[in-house]
Write a protein that binds this ligand. Structure first.
Ligand code: HEM
Length: 488
């Protein structure tokens, strides 16, 4: 009798708990319901319907254009997500030192990069890691990497010579170049991906992104349990073990070199030395290295590809850039381009920025808020998920007149002051912005300047881009251009 009473008591208590939970969710999300957005059915169709990954992606990022700059998405019962293309609300959250927690989307990256800087949601772990890693991205350290960028650029240009006159899919070749750079500048080890290719590593990298994409666009595969029983799981395990083994070898080699008494420069500039010095656990050390490899090569490679692609289609802009380069370093197509030269090339900088505006590399970033906030009369409860639509902000008429037009002039010094605060945010803003932004801009600017100095870049006729976000924005139809060598 007593046990029956206990069972009934527990069941009743459970029901009351569930009832109160849903009631409080309903009350908490009351305001959010006032926001515009697609109906649950429309959203379900968008996420589960038979449309392609590309259609799903393009449909999602178009929600702000269709419904408004702040849109509610009932992705889960009682758990709305807010899609934002509004710089004021975005500022409130991203520039706060309190809302640092990332969402489930980032968990998809964890099999490879674990609790690294970009994925961890533990605020204390993040603060400590960011402080350590910041040392490797100081201004002087980054500009000190320029000779490494230049040396690898020479290899890239040499490789291109045999490819002139025919379509080259820049999306592929540039990744090898940026991989060489990331390993050499941050890990002090050069693997020569451009010369040797290393198909096992490169294919693992490609396969990693293909499984990641399957998960990103499938509500079912996002669930760890369902994913575990899918055909993709084994593939992911295989490729991740290849990628991680590669990193482990890099770390072991660096540690052995130090034990063997290899002299390390002072102050220490290479990320790997800084991380080893901080006595991190082996797991966190590897997670950080993998994070920087992933975040630091694919992103810049895409930015370089998009810029060349745009220039191939705009001969007037390309010619103007060539004239700027030649006015600063002379007409010799092999002349060295220094840091000071790059600083002087204002049109080059404007071109790179306009490419990053029109072709956002990381189109959506997400946060969960750590406490309730209010904005324009709407209360957002603690733990609400925010999806910041960087692509939507960059293509909004409110922030950029004629947003679909490629116009570098909007970033020239005489016009840039007209831009709204934090409307151009390819690297995000706030405490969790991109740690590698300076590094990335320097690498991209040198790359574009050297390519245009040496080659005329021509379009491949009738080619169209078809965009898909694999967290990083790519074109599934490639990004081909034709290189034509200029007279020396
Ligand atoms: C064009 C190139 C790049 C773009 C557009 C870009 C963009 C971004 C964005 C939007 C974020 C914020 C992500 C979020 O909040 O979820 C981010 C974070 C990050 N980026 Fe970049 N990035 C680029 C290059 C790089 C490079 C070269 C490195 C390193 C060498 C790097 C390392 C990181 C890391 C580690 C984070 C996480 C920072 C943190 O949470 O504290 N990125 N990046």
């Amino acid at each position: 009798m007593l046990s029956l009473t206990i069972i009934i008591g527990v069941l009743f208590g459970g029901l009351v708990y569930i009832f109160n939970y849903f009631r409080s969710q309903l009350i908490d999300n009351r305001d959010i319901n006032k926001l515009p957005g697609p109906s649950g059915l429309q959203l379900l169709w968008q996420m589960l319907g038979p449309n392609s990954h590309c259609d799903k992606f393009n449909g999602m990022i178009a929600f702000n254009e269709k419904y408004g700059s702040i849109v509610k998405l009932w992705v889960k019962p009682f758990k709305p997500a807010i899609m934002v293309a509004d710089t004021e609300l975005m500022d409130k959250i991203l520039t706060s030192k309190d809302h640092l927690v990332k969402t489930q989307m980032y968990d998809l990256l964890k099999p490879y990069i674990g609790e690294g800087l970009a994925t961890t949601s533990n605020a204390n772990v993040w603060r400590q890691s960011r402080k350590i890693c910041n040392t490797a991205f100081q201004h002087n350290t980054v500009t000190g990497f320029l000779p490494i960028f230049q040396k690898n650029m020479d290899v890239f240009l040499e490789t291109l010579k045999s490819e002139t006159g025919k379509p080259v899919d820049t999306q592929h070749v540039i990744h090898l170049f940026t991989l060489d750079i990331i390993f050499e500048s941050l890990m002090k080890q050069r693997f020569g991906f451009q010369e040797a290719n290393n198909p096992i590593y490169i294919n693992a990298r490609v396969d990693y992104f293909s499984v990641l994409t399957e998960r990103l666009y499938s509500v079912l595969l996002m669930n760890d349990w369902i994913f575990r029983f899918s055909k993709h799981f084994k593939k992911m395990e295989g490729v991740v073990s290849i990628l991680k083994k590669f990193t482990l070898d890099v770390v072991t080699k660096a540690e052995t070199a130090r034990k063997d008494g290899v002299v390390i420069e002072k102050p220490k500039i290479h990320l790997i030395d800084i991380l080893i010095d901080n006595n991190l656990s082996a797991e966190i050390l590897n997670d950080q290295i993998n994070t920087f490899i992933l975040a630091g090569h694919d992103t810049v490679a895409q930015a370089m590809s998009f810029t060349l692609y745009e220039l191939s289609r705009r001969s007037v802009i390309q010619q103007k850039l060539l004239e700027e380069i030649q006015s600063i370093v002379g007409k010799d197509s092999t002349a060295e381009i220094t840091y000071k030269d790059l600083q002087e090339m204002k049109y080059l900088e404007a071109i790179v920025k306009e490419s990053l505006r029109l072709h956002v590399i990381v189109p959506i970033i997400e946060r969960k808020i750590s406490y309730a906030i209010e904005h324009n009369g709407i209360r957002y409860p603690k733990d609400t998920t925010f999806m910041f639509n960087i692509d939507g902000i960059h293509k909004s008429e409110k922030y950029f007149p004629n947003p679909k037009e490629y116009d570098p002039n909007r970033f020239m010094p005489e016009n840039a002051h007209r831009l709204r605060k934090n409307s151009f945010i390819p690297f995000s803003v706030g405490p969790r912005d991109c740690i590698g932004k300076l590094y990335a801009m320097l690498e991209i600017k040198l790359f574009v300047a050297k390519c245009i100095q040496k080659f005329e870049v021509l379009p491949v006729e009738n080619h169209t881009l078809k965009m898909l976000s694999e967290i990083v924005n790519k074109s599934i139809t490639g990004m081909p251009v034709i290189f034509k060598e200029r007279a020396a």
